[in-house]
Structures are given as C-alpha cells and as structure tokens.
Design a binder for this molecule. Structure first.
Ligand code: TMO
Length: 312
C-alpha cells in the first residue's frame, strides 16, 4: 500500500517535470467568430480567424447583433466574442453568463472608454469654453446645433443597437434636455464622415466615440461627466446621469469551446491586445481604407512576433 502510493507519486512528479503541453486534437468543426459594426472588431475577427487557421482549425464568420451575440454564444450558435466592451456589453455578457453557458476567457491589456466627446480643435479653438467638463455644455448648445436638431445642440450617438437609450436618458438626467437632443448615426462610418466635414468647417460637433480606436492618434477628447459608479445607470436602478466607466475589454466563449478546440481555446485565452494594437487594426480600415480582410492579413504579417506568442 505504502509502496504503491510512493510509485504513483514518482510517476506523477515525472509527468509534471517532463510534460510540455500536449493538446488533444481540436475538432474540425468550424469555430464561429462574430462580426459586428465597428472596424477594430471586424479586423480582429479576421486576425483571430487567421491565427486559428494557422493552427489548422476551421473558421466561420457570423455577422451578429452586438447585444444578442452573448445569448448566441450561450447557446452555441457563435463560439466566442473577442471584444466585450464593459460599458456597452458588460450587462449582456454577465446576463448570459448567469443563465449558464458563457465563460470569461480573459481580459485584453487595453483599457477602454466609450463616451461622448469632441475633436481636439473644439477645445483648442475654445468653441465652448470650459469643455471637456460637461457642465460647460449648458452655455453653448447653439455651437453644436445642426439643421435637423430643432435649434438644440446635437449629440451624435452611434447606432442605436449599441446601447439603446443610454445617452437620451443621460441627457435628460443631467438637465440638458431643453438644450440638447440625441441623434443616432446609421453606422460608425456616418460618425467619421460627420467628424470630417465638421473639421473642414471648423464646426463644433459632439459625437459618441471610443478608445481604443483610430481617433486616439488624432486627439479626440472625451467629455467628463459625473463619475461612473456601479448602479448609477437607469437600467441598474440609478438616475442615469453618470458618465461611462473607464472599463475593461474582455473575451467571452461558449463553455464547450475549451473542450472541443483545446489548442484554439488556449491560444484565445492567452491572446491580449494593447490600445495601440487595436487602434492600428481600426486605422488600417478607417484611415488607410483597406478591406477588413486585407487589414487583418497585413496586421498578421506585420506582427508575427505578437501573435505567435499566443500559439506557443
Ligand atoms: C461598441 N463600441 C466599441 C463601438 O463602443
């Protein structure tokens, strides 16, 4: 009895000492990667798909709603999400997790912010003195008025599918409802087009934006609202006047992914991108005008040392 357990102990020690990871074979079933409607997310989808393919895996891309995707991951229609932004998707992610079937596959190095803001020249040229403090907005709605804003200042929100009535609720909660109104852009591209035309005219403009993004490189300034605290949003029982959290960027997966594709899951778990790397992925499309697929190919070719570390 004593001898037996000693032998077992020795065998165990030997296997720990000499075992580099040996992966069970990944299933040949495709790993389903979602694509949404902002550039870094789509480029990163193809970057991660390219990494999986380099490991011999099959990949499928699924165009998905960015809120509903967490339920799709939970029930296995989609395998993973590689950009879970805390402010916009944190609630849907944890709701799906609580129902059972979604796992947290780690956090990117990049911290995130998803917030209303202004281009740098709005501050530099003092178009609304006191910005980026939100209270300055009370004194200059006319600076941000547009032909469709009924004489009020306009907040140009992203597509409504991202976070519903978050900004209209905030605007009212801050007491700005008489002076400002929220318009939803049809696409991220519509925001970039509006920012470009406002810049040409040195015109005041307030838009939703986020970091990491290609705009990190040209001095977009986020407005400073009352500090985010858990529970401050209307959906969480608060009055909704708070700004967005300085948040995390996580990865999510269906609970079976580690079992069906252990090598791919291990790589996905290790994978982490920085603010600069994610900004580059967006810039290849939004500044350099490559297709998402070509941007991913270029990014993979230019950054082999970065992603090879995830597959070793
Ligand atoms: C979800 N987004 C990154 C566009 O804010």
């Amino acid at each position: 009895m004593v001898k037996k357990s000693l032998k077992l102990g020795v065998a165990l020690a030997a296997s720990i000492a000499f075992t580099a990871p040996v992966f069970a074979k990944d299933s040949s079933k495709p790993i389903k990667i979602p694509t949404h409607n902002w550039s870094s997310q789509v480029v990163m989808a193809y970057v991660i798909g390219g990494i999986f393919e380099s490991m011999g895996n099959n990949v499928e891309y699924v165009s998905s709603d960015s809120q509903a995707v967490y339920e799709a991951i939970r029930n296995g229609d989609v395998t993973l999400s590689h950009e879970v932004w805390q402010s916009t998707f944190g609630a849907s992610f944890y709701n799906a997790m609580a129902k059972g079937g979604v796992i947290d596959a780690g956090t990117h190095e990049a911290a995130t912010l998803e917030e209303m803001g202004v281009p740098g020249y709005v501050i530099e040229n003092n178009l609304c003195p006191g910005l980026p403090n939100w209270e300055a907005l009370k004194n200059c709605p006319e600076v941000f008025a547009t032909p469709d804003s009924g004489g009020k200042g306009r907040w140009l929100e992203g597509p409504q599918s991202w976070h519903g009535d978050l900004m209209p609720v905030r605007l009212e909660a801050l007491g700005l409802g008489d002076k400002y109104t929220v318009k939803f852009a049809g696409s991220a591209d519509a925001i970039w087009a509006e920012l470009a035309s406002a810049k040409k005219e040195n015109r005041g403009i307030i838009t939703f934006n986020w970091s990491p993004n290609f705009t990190d490189a040209d001095g977009f300034v986020f407005l400073e609202f009352p500090e985010f605290k858990p529970g401050c949003r209307k959906a969480d029982g608060g009055d909704g006047s708070c700004g967005s959290p300085k948040g995390w960027l996580k990865k999510a997966a269906n609970y079976q992914f580690p079992k069906t594709h252990p090598a791919a899951y291990t790589a996905f778990s290790k994978l982490s991108f920085s603010t600069k790397q994610i900004g580059q992925m967006a810039a290849l499309v939004d500044v350099d005008k490559l297709s998402h697929q070509d941007a991913a190919k270029k990014w993979l070719a230019d950054n082999e040392a970065v992603w090879k570390a995830f597959v070793e």
